[in-house]
Design a protein around this ligand. Sequence first.
Ligand code: CAO
Length: 435
Amino acid sequence: MIKEVLLPEVSENIESGDVVKVLVKVGDVIKADQPVIELETDKAVFEVPSTESGEVKELNVKEGEKIKIGQVILKVESNGTAGTTEKKDEKEQLTSSEISTTIPQVKKEETAVLESPEPVIEKVLEISKPAEIVQSATVSAPASPSVRRLARELGVDIALVRGGGTSGRITEDDVKLHVKERMSAGASASTITSQKPLPDFSKWGKVRIEPMSKVRSITADSMTYAWSTIPMVTQFDKADITSLEEFRKKYSGEVEKAGGKLTVTSILTAVSALALKEFPNFNTSIDLARREIVFKEYCNIGIAVDTDRGLLVPVVKNADSKSITEISVEISELAEKARMKKITPDEMDGGNFTISNLGGIGGTGFTPIVYSPQVAIMGVSRSSWEPVYIGEKFLPKLMLPLSLTYDHRIIDGAAAARFLRWICNALENPLSIFL
Ligand code: CAO
C-alpha cells in the first residue's frame, strides 16, 4: 500500500518552510520517526520525521524548495503493519490536496490530524516582524468579498490580516496596512544582511572559508534585526543573596528529589514572573506601525540555554502560577531537551521576558540583547563575596550582579531602575513581595 508522508504542523503561525536537506532517497527503507528532511523556517532549523515506515517510492520535494504544511514530502510502500503514528486512520481520510486547501479553516483540528512524532529542533533567536505580533489574533476574522478580492490582488493571505473593523472585521485599510507592515519588515530584513564586501584576507595569510550553519545564519540575522531596530539601554544592579544562598542550600536536596536543580536561574524565573505583573510595561510588545502596545496578561519566561549547536531559548509557560520547585524541574527538563535536540518549537514559543544566566561560567557583567518582540531581557553574572559597608563596618555579603537590557521606546530609565531594584529587593527580602 502506498502511503504519503506529509509536512506536519510544527508550530502555530508556521505555514511553510524551506527544505535544507533531503535525508533519504528513493529505494531507502525507512522507519516511522526517522528524519526525512531538514526544514528551515524563520523560527528554526529542524529535522522532520517520517510518519510512516516502508520503502521510499517517490520523493516529492527537493533541496531549496519551499513547502507548505500538509504538502506531500514523499511516498512509501508500506507493508501495512509498520506505520506507528497515532491517529493514522484519521489521517488517511484526508488527501494531501484536501489538507492544503483547508489549512486556514481547520488549523486546530489539523494539529491532531497531522500529528507526528515531535520534530528535533535547532531553535535560534528568531526575527520577529511586526506582522507576526498581530497574526495570532486574526486568523479567522471575517472580511467582505471585495476586501478578500483586494487581498488576493495584493497577494496577501487574508488569514494573516488583523481586522480593525467592528468585531474584528477586516477592512480594505487593514489589508493595505498589512502590506505596508510586510514591506517595512521586508526592507529591514533585506538591509540587515547587507554589508560592505570583505577585503581579500588571503593577501595577509592562509584562510579557511566555511559556510555558516543555518542556526548561525538565523542567529546572525535575528541579532542584527534586534540590534538595528530596538533602541536598547542596559541597567545594572546587584542583589545581596547571602540569605537566599542559605535557603538554596537548605532546600536543594528537596528540589533534587523532585527532579530539578534549585539554582539562581529558577529562583529568578519565579521572581521575574511576579515582577512582570508588578510592572506591566515590561510584559508588552510594540506594534510600531499601528502605534499600539500589546499588553500580555500571562507571564512566560524564556531561559537562554547554551548548547553544542548554539543558543536556544525554551520557555517556562505561566511561571507566575508555578512553585519554585516546579520551575526548577521544568528548567532542568527543558535545558536537557534543548541540549539533546528534543525541544519542539512550541516549547520555545510565546516568551514574554528572557533570563540569560552566564554566572555558572563566570563574568562580572554583560549587556544582553533584547529578544524581539519582547521588550526586556535580564542578564545574570557570577555571584561573589564582597565587603559591604553596613552599620559602620564592612560585612562579607554574597552579591549577585544583574543587568537589564530594555527597549527604551516603551520603558523609561527610571522604570528600568525600579524594576531591577524590585527584583533585587525580592531576592534580598522575599517577604517584600507581599507588601
Ligand atoms: N552565580 C554563581 N553561580 C552560579 C550562577 C551565578 N549567577 N548561576 C549558576 N551558578 C552555579 C550553579 O549554582 C551551579 O553550581 P553547582 O553545580 O555547584 O550547584 C553551577 O553554576 C551550574 O549551574 P547550571 O548551569 O547547572 O544551572 P543554572 O540553573 O544556573 O543554569 C542554564 C541553567 C540552562 C541557564 C545554564 O546551564 C546555561 O545554559 N547558561 C548559559 C546561558 C547563555 O548562554 N546565555 C547567553 C545568552 S546571550 O548570548
